[in-house]
Design a protein around this ligand. Structure first.
Ligand code: XMP
Length: 319
């Protein structure tokens, strides 16, 4: 009968057969799918695999360090981390339109990835964490502004251009099965249960212009909010929770002086597939605690609001 352990063994054999002595390159996003794909492939072919993680400066607090620790220290998987923050920030300079942000980030991501692949002397195969729902529908299962959604997770066009074949060991699996396979491969519950995070990252959580300074402010507020959610034991009851940084300044008072700083929005929704979503009904005390901590601990924010809009008519992200 069918078990995840048996599936793992079968896939390891298949990957070995497909790849032979070839070299494989895998783009990590920090998410569950690409991580599970990479760990499985590494189990099959060891150091014929190299992972590439692009730090575009739009990640959450400590995310890059977590990826480095997990892949390098825990799994011993060859990992190249590309520090591309400066070029992403330069390219986002003056860009306020959400779709223009997405387009730039997607194209730049592919450019960075291709450069790294070339530096590594190329590869015979490109590994991707494609899931079954991605295979049966051209539209992403996450249900956002379709097409654009996954365009920079799977590095579109690159395999053909660099003459690479695809290795996609998760093509038969649904999300919950990928999580189970992840656990089978030794990933902890906290990692496999992580909320989805969009490819364009914090850029679409900063309406208006994105700067490194604004990313830094948002990272701090977001980390405090998630910390409170975990402490309250609510993380797993929520589909996605995150902070947004609004391009609006309001007046506040701190001690005996007036402040004039940005507004932070908090969002939390329940959902099964991201297509529709309901607002998570925190109690008032919880939200007050988050607001107090964020305003006290994050310089640049002096007001916090909670988003009560379901999807539809709202979207989960603010852009
Ligand atoms: P929306 O905001 O459309 O989001 O209700 C639905 C789901 O999709 C994610 N999302 C994205 N994921 N690239 C991604 O990889 C994107 O451009 C993108 N836009 C939205 C969002 O986080 C939610 O899970």
């Amino acid at each position: 009968d069918w078990t995840m352990a048996a599936y793992r063994d079968t896939k390891v054999r298949e990957i070995r057969e497909q790849v032979g002595e070839g070299r494989v390159i895998c783009g990590l996003s920090g998410g569950v799918d690409s991580s599970v794909a990479a760990i499985l492939i590494h189990e099959a072919i060891g150091d014929q695999l190299t992972c590439v993680f692009v730090d575009h400066g739009l990640l959450r607090l400590n995310e890059r360090e977590q990826v480095e620790t997990l892949f390098r220290d825990h799994y011993n998987i060859p990992l190249v981390v590309v520090d591309a923050e400066d070029r992403f920030m330069a390219g986002l300079d003056g860009v306020a339109d959400p779709e223009k942000k997405r387009k730039f980030i997607g194209a730049e991501f592919i450019a960075v990835f291709e450069e790294e692949a070339n530096k590594l002397g190329g590869a015979d195969f490109l590994a991707q964490g494609t899931l079954y729902p991605d295979v049966i529908e051209s539209v992403s299962f996450t249900g956002g502004p379709s097409v654009t959604i996954k365009s920079h997770h799977n590095v579109g066009g690159l395999p053909e251009r660099m003459n690479m074949k695809l290795v996609e060991p998760l093509r038969e699996l649904f999300k919950d099965e990928v999580r189970e396979l992840g656990r089978e491969l030794g990933l902890n519950d906290q990692f496999v249960g992580r909320h989805p995070f969009p490819g364009p990252g914090l850029a679409i959580r900063i309406p208006g212009e994105v700067t490194k300074e604004r990313c830094d402010i948002l990272r701090k507020a977001d980390a405090i909010y998630l910390d409170e959610i975990r402490k309250a034991g609510l993380y797993d009851a929520i589909w996605q929770a995150f902070a947004v940084l609004l391009p609006v300044k309001t007046v506040g008072v701190m001690g005996d002086h007036r402040t004039y700083d940005s507004v932070c929005g908090l969002r939390a929704v329940t959902s099964t597939d991201g297509m529709t979503a309901d607002v998570y009904p925190f109690d008032a005390g919880f939200l007050t605690q988050c607001a107090t901590r964020i305003v006290n601990e994050v310089q640049g924010i002096n007001r916090v609001v909670y988003d009560y809009t379901s999807k539809p008519p709202g979207t989960i992200e603010w852009e």
